[in-house]
Design a protein around this ligand. Structure first.
Ligand SMILES: *Cc1c(COP(=O)(O)O)cnc(C)c1O
Length: 229
C-alpha cells in the first residue's frame, strides 16, 4: 500500500501545476515548500526518496536536531518568528530565512553570516493584514528595511513573504495575496532590483495564492496530515 504522504505529494504537485497553468504561468515557476515542523525525519525521508528537497521549519531548536538526521543537499527555509539570539544558529542550519521583519534582526544575520563566511538568502516578511499579533514588517516599513538589507554584504534579498489572516473561504484571502504582489512591484520600482520570490499560500489557500503570483507555497497539513500538539 502506498503511504498517504506519497499520494498527497502527487496530488498537491498536480494541483500546483494546474493552478499555475490556469493563471497562465509556467508550472516550474511555483515550488512546494514542505512545511515539516513537528514531522519526524523518517517521514521527511519518504519525500526525499521521491526527489523532494525543499523543506520549511519554524523553530531553530527543532531544526538543529532534525536537519542533521537528513541527507545533505536539501534546501531548508526558516519560516518562523526569529529571535535575535537565535540568528547564529539560523545561519548555521538554513539556506533561506523567510521571516526577516526588522533591521536589528537583519543586522544580526549579517554579522553572523560574515563570521561564518557565508551568504544568506532572505525574504522580507510583510504583515499584509495589519494584525497586531503577527510578525512582519508594516507595509510602509518594507522599503526602508529593503534598503538597509541591500547595504548588507552577506544578505541577499530574494523577495517577500506573508502570512495573511485566516479566512474560511480561501477566495477571501485573495486581496492579501494581491497586496503582497503590489508591494513587491512598488519595491522593485523604487529599488531598481528584482524581487523574484513571493512566498504565500498554505494548505487551504495555495491555489488562490498561485493565481496572484506565489512562487513558493508553504504546505504542511495537506501534505503530512494534521500536526499533533
Ligand atoms: C505551519 C506553517 C505553514 C503551513 O501551514 P499548513 O496550514 O499546515 O499548510 C505555512 N507557513 C508558516 C509560516 C507556518 O508556520
Amino acid at each position: 500500500m502506498t503511504d498517504p504522504l506519497e499520494q498527497n505529494y502527487s496530488r498537491l504537485s498536480d494541483e500546483i501545476r494546474q493552478a499555475a497553468e490556469k493563471a497562465g504561468r509556467s508550472p516550474n515557476s511555483v515550488r512546494l515548500l514542505a512545511v515539516s515542523k513537528k514531522v519526524p525525519s523518517e517521514r521527511l525521508r519518504i519525500l526525499w526518496g521521491l526527489g523532494h528537497r525543499l523543506f520549511g521549519e519554524n523553530r531553530v531548536q527543532e531544526a538543529r536536531v532534525k536537519i542533521p538526521e537528513m541527507p545533505p543537499g536539501g534546501e531548508w527555509h526558516f519560516i518562523g518568528g526569529l529571535q535575535t539570539n537565535k540568528a547564529k544558529e539560523a545561519v548555521e542550519w538554513f539556506d533561506v530565512v523567510e521571516s526577516v521583519d526588522r533591521i536589528e534582526l537583519a543586522e544580526e544575520l549579517q554579522k553572523r553570516s560574515e563570521a561564518a563566511g557565508k551568504c544568506l538568502k532572505v525574504l522580507i516578511e510583510v504583515n499584509v493584514g495589519g494584525e497586531a499579533a503577527k510578525h512582519g514588517a508594516k507595509p510602509e516599513e518594507a522599503g526602508a528595511l529593503l534598503a538597509a538589507i541591500n547595504g548588507m554584504s552577506r544578505l541577499e534579498v530574494r523577495g517577500l513573504m506573508a502570512i495573511p489572516p485566516f479566512r474560511e473561504d480561501p477566495a477571501e484571502a485573495r486581496p492579501f495575496f494581491r497586496k503582497l504582489r503590489e508591494i513587491r512591484e512598488g519595491l522593485e520600482q523604487s529599488s531598481g532590483a528584482g524581487l523574484p520570490e513571493l512566498s504565500m499560500g498554505m494548505s487551504h489557500d495555495f491555489a488562490v495564492a498561485i493565481t496572484e503570483g506565489a512562487t513558493l507555497v508553504r504546505i504542511g497539513t495537506a501534505l503530512f496530515g494534521p500536526r499533533s500538539g
